[in-house]
Design a protein around this ligand. Structure first.
Ligand code: PMV
Length: 327
C-alpha cells in the first residue's frame, strides 16, 4: 500500500480572497496576499488502498470518522489526483489539526495543502510547487497559499493554469506575529464555499475587486519594506472591505460577534498609543491581531483580558507544506 504524510500550516490573508470568477475551478475574483502560521498545522496521512473491494474513500479527522459533505469534498478532490495519476484506488485519509476547525482560522487551507502534497506523493507524482499550489486550490482556494512558505501572493490569473501562489518573502524576512483572539471554536454557519458564491450579490463587490490591484501593490510593498504603518492601514482596510461585501450580500453574512469589535477597537486604540498592531478578520468571529514580535507579549496579555476572548494563540510566519515521516 502506497502511503505518504504531509504537514501544512494555515495562513492568514492580509489582502483577502472573496468571490470567484469560476466556482468549480475556484478561480478567484481577485489576487490575495497571506502569511503562513507556524505552530498551527494539519498533518495528514494518506494510504491508497490496493484492496480493490474497498469502494469508498475514508476520512478520519482528529480521531473521528467523517462522512457526508466533508468526505464528499475530499473524495472529489482525490478524483483529481486519481485522474492525474491514472489511478483507480480508494484512499484512507487520516488527518489531525492542532487548532479549532471552522472558526476563522482557515483549516480548509492547511487541510487541502497537506492532502495535495501527501496524496500526489503517495500516488507516485512529484509536482513542482506551482502545479501543487494549483491542485490545492481546487480543494479550497486559500489552500494554494499554504503550499509555498512565508509571505505568499496568489496571482488570480484567468484560467486553471495561471492561478497559483508563490512566496514573495521567506518567513524570516519580517518577524510578524499573528495573535489570534479566539471568541468561538464552533463551526461557522455559512462556510466560505457558499460565501464566495454570494459575493457577487453585493453591489460593493465590483468596487472591491476593481481596487484589488492597488491594495495588493500597497500590501506587497509594505511587506517588502517592513513598513508597519503602511501595512496596518491596508490590512485593516482590506478586511473591512470584505466584511462590507459580506454584510451587504443577499442573504447577508454577519461573522462578527460583539467581542470581535471589542478586540478591533482595543487594537486600534493601542496603535494610536504607539503599539505596532492591526487587525484582520476572516469568515468567522475570531480576530487576528498582527503585530511585531517585540510587542507580541504585551498584545497577547491585552487581547486575553478583553471580555468574550476565550483563548489566545500566537503564530509567527511559517514554512511551506512538507512531507513528514509516515507513522
Ligand atoms: O479558501 P476558502 O474558500 O476557505 O476562502 C477563504 C476566505 C477568507 O478566509 C475569508 C479570506 C482569505 O483570503 O483567506
Amino acid at each position: 500500500m502506497a502511503s505518504a504524510a504531509a504537514l501544512a500550516h494555515p495562513n492568514i490573508a492580509f489582502v483577502k480572497y472573496w468571490g470567484n470568477q469560476d466556482e468549480s475551478f475556484r478561480l478567484p475574483s481577485n489576487g490575495s496576499i497571506s502569511m503562513n502560521l507556524d505552530g498551527l498545522f494539519t498533518r495528514t496521512k494518506i494510504t491508497w488502498n490496493e484492496n480493490r473491494k474497498s469502494s469508498k474513500d475514508t476520512l478520519t479527522l482528529n480521531g473521528v470518522p467523517i462522512t457526508g459533505r466533508a468526505l464528499q469534498r475530499v473524495s472529489n478532490f482525490l478524483d483529481l489526483v486519481r485522474q492525474m495519476a491514472g489511478l483507480d484506488l480508494r484512499a484512507e485519509v487520516v488527518s489531525e489539526n492542532n487548532f479549532p476547525s471552522g472558526a476563522g482560522i482557515a483549516s480548509s487551507a492547511s487541510a487541502f495543502a497537506a492532502l495535495a502534497l501527501a496524496s500526489t506523493r503517495a500516488a507516485g507524482l512529484d509536482l513542482e510547487p506551482g502545479a501543487l499550489s494549483r491542485l490545492a486550490r481546487r480543494g479550497s482556494g486559500s489552500a494554494c497559499r499554504s503550499i509555498p512558505g512565508g509571505f505568499v501572493e496568489w496571482t488570480a490569473g484567468t484560467s486553471d493554469e495561471d492561478s497559483f501562489a508563490a512566496t514573495i518573502a521567506p518567513p524570516e524576512h519580517w518577524p510578524l506575529v499573528d495573535v489570534i483572539a479566539i471568541l468561538s471554536s464552533a463551526h461557522k454557519t455559512t462556510g466560505s464555499t457558499e460565501g464566495h458564491a454570494l459575493a457577487g450579490t453585493s453591489p460593493l463587490q465590483a468596487a472591491r475587486v476593481n481596487d484589488a490591484p492597488r491594495r495588493l501593490d500597497l500590501c506587497r510593498r509594505a511587506i517588502l519594506e517592513r513598513d508597519f504603518a503602511a501595512f496596518a492601514d491596508i490590512v485593516e482596510a482590506d478586511s473591512n472591505l470584505m466584511h462590507a461585501v459580506m454584510t451587504t450580500s443577499s442573504p447577508p453574512l454577519f461573522y462578527w460577534q460583539p467581542g470581535t469589535l471589542a478586540v478591533m477597537q482595543a487594537v486600534r486604540a493601542a496603535r494610536l498609543n504607539g503599539q505596532p498592531a492591526c487587525t484582520t478578520v476572516d469568515a468567522g468571529p475570531n480576530v487576528h491581531v498582527i503585530c511585531e514580535k517585540a510587542s507580541a507579549t504585551k498584545i497577547v496579555k491585552m487581547v486575553g483580558s478583553i471580555p468574550g476572548v476565550r483563548e489566545v494563540r500566537a503564530a509567527q510566519a511559517g514554512g511551506p507544506a512538507r512531507l513528514v515521516e509516515v507513522e
